[in-house]
Write a protein that binds this ligand. Structure first.
Ligand code: TA6
Length: 293
């Protein structure tokens, strides 16, 4: 990757909400990526508008994950399995990433951001690593998160590209692609449930961790669009909507915002965490796009 080009045609370095960010433009699309957490908060296409959801109550500050867009959950998903004091969803989403560079690739623009283990991360996750996020902006949004083991012992990690999709009303959409998939229900606590064949409809708080490698689509008739979440090297798909009470308990989530989002997360979470041998690399991708209904 060449050093970051100052070519404003496709890459513009800006300040937004007091944080450094990149505005990436290609093929009529535009994305906003904060160096804070390598956090994509917006992906807008000429034909379908904004595909991601971002809370108006989001907090833009060190140590806090931005509510919405695509936060990166690494090196664990959810609460730490042994240390309740450790930050939920790991530390990547609140770390400062470095811009390695950006360049045009065909009719897309590709930006690479990275961060490496240091004494703070080693205190929480005692393994040397380098993490890279490659963001591809064009007619689709591509996120490729690579983890490189820089130590001399294998380590296990979990990952979720925690995508918040924008929808007209979660009560009016249907989600397809997870038919007959096994899942754990984090709302009821039920384990090893099996999804039905009919498209999923949202009728209350939904927090499900599916065993699935499949494409997920969301039909949103009111916006006359189908949202599409593709992924590679991901064996877990997480689907989440907090609904009313949980949204009210989240200070960075407007009380009336929950109908306008649904998370569809490309992940590798237990029992599908990744074991990475020394010097090895593993990349998980998610690709977000839309079609007209
Ligand atoms: O991915 C779903 C989930 O694990 C939910 O349980 C909920 O906690 C959500 O992530 C948001 O977590 P956060 O730490 O960003 O508030």
């Amino acid at each position: 990757m060449q050093k970051s080009s100052a070519d404003a045609r496709h890459t513009e370095q800006i300040d937004a909400h007091g944080l450094k960010a990149l505005r990436l433009r290609a093929a009529g699309s535009e994305a906003l990526v904060y160096l804070h957490g390598a956090h994509v908060t917006s992906f807008r296409t000429q034909e379908h508008g904004e595909l991601l959801w971002l809370s108006r109550a989001a907090v833009y500050a060190e140590g806090k994950a931005i509510r919405g867009g695509v936060p990166i959950c690494f090196p664990w998903f959810g609460a730490h399995p042994r240390e309740p004091r450790f930050p939920a969803h790991g530390f990547a989403r609140t770390r400062a990433f470095r811009l390695e560079g950006s360049e045009e690739r065909g009719d897309s623009v590709l930006a690479e951001l990275s961060f490496e283990s240091d004494e703070q991360t080693l205190a929480l996750f005692p393994h040397p690593f380098k993490a890279r996020l490659r963001v591809s902006v064009g007619r689709e949004l591509g996120l490729a998160f690579e983890v490189e083991n820089r130590g001399d012992a294998a380590f296990d990690y979990e990952l979720a590209l925690h995508t918040y999709l924008g929808v007209s009303d979660a009560r009016q959409i249907t989600l397809s692609g997870l038919g007959s998939a096994r899942y754990d229900d984090k709302v009821s606590g039920a384990k090893a449930c099996v999804e039905g064949e009919a498209p999923l409809r949202f009728r209350g708080e939904t927090d499900r961790v599916y065993d699935s490698t499949a494409r997920v689509t969301i039909e949103d008739p009111a916006q006359r669009r189908r949202l599409i979440v593709d992924k590679t090297a991901s064996r877990t798909t997480v689907v989440w909507n907090p609904w009313i009470e949980k949204a009210q308990r989240l200070s960075d989530f407007g009380d009336d915002e929950w109908p306008h989002m649904v998370c569809v997360e490309a992940a590798n979470a237990s029992p599908h965490g990744i074991r990475l041998p020394p010097d090895a690399r593993h990349t998980t991708t998610t690709i977000i796009s839309a079609e007209t209904l």
